[in-house]
Design a protein around this ligand. Structure first.
Ligand code: 5GP
Length: 161
């Protein structure tokens, strides 16, 4: 088993800043950020502030039901933002990691029905990902511990996911 990759809050702050810098320097000027909940919420928020962008659309996508256990396909679950909000816009999709890449491929295909231009930004890219993100700052094939999800929930994890 590969060692676990640990992202600290400090490093998260640096990485989102650098990603936003890369996006800006590439000349891409997104008009709306599509955040893939829940993993993409904090990265998307940090990148939105760094890009001085206020327009956010949250898509709630379900794929994993446990560590390494997935549904047959990723799917949109309620409540999600109104996808028509990205009609005719340049979109930046933000998520925590492209692992299998299937979640991002699903989200990108959904966005393609509405948006004029789409790019994808992630903190981490894994080598097996079926979707190649336009912006990825870190690369690993290990299981990643993110600072927002590396501790047990305060209720001991008893609520439904
Ligand atoms: P994918 O569809 O690319 O396989 O991954 C979908 C989601 O699963 C990611 O956005 C992330 O929330 C979760 N995930 C995938 N790989 C990891 C990992 O290494 N660590 C954690 N904490 N979550 C992961």
């Amino acid at each position: 088993t590969p060692a676990r990759e640990v992202l600290t809050w400090d490093r998260f702050g640096e990485v989102t800043r650098e990603l936003a810098r890369d996006i800006w320097d590439s000349g891409y000027r997104p008009e709306i950020i599509v955040s893939v909940a829940r993993g993409g919420l904090l990265p998307a928020g940090a990148i939105a502030y760094a890009l001085d962008l206020k327009s956010m659309l949250v898509l709630n996508v379900e794929f994993y039901t446990g560590i390494g256990v997935t549904l047959k396909d990723p799917r949109l679950v309620e409540p999600s933002g109104d996808v028509r909000g990205m009609a005719g816009k340049k979109v930046l999709i933000v998520d925590d990691v492209a692992d299998s890449g299937r979640t991002l491929r699903f989200v990108k295909e959904l966005c393609e029905e509405y948006a004029t231009e789409i790019r994808v930004a992630v903190l981490y890219e894994k080598s097996r990902s079926v979707l190649k993100p336009d912006y990825a700052y870190l690369h690993t094939d290990a299981w990643i511990a993110f600072p927002w999800s590396d501790k047990d929930p305060v209720n001991g994890g008893q609520a439904e996911a």
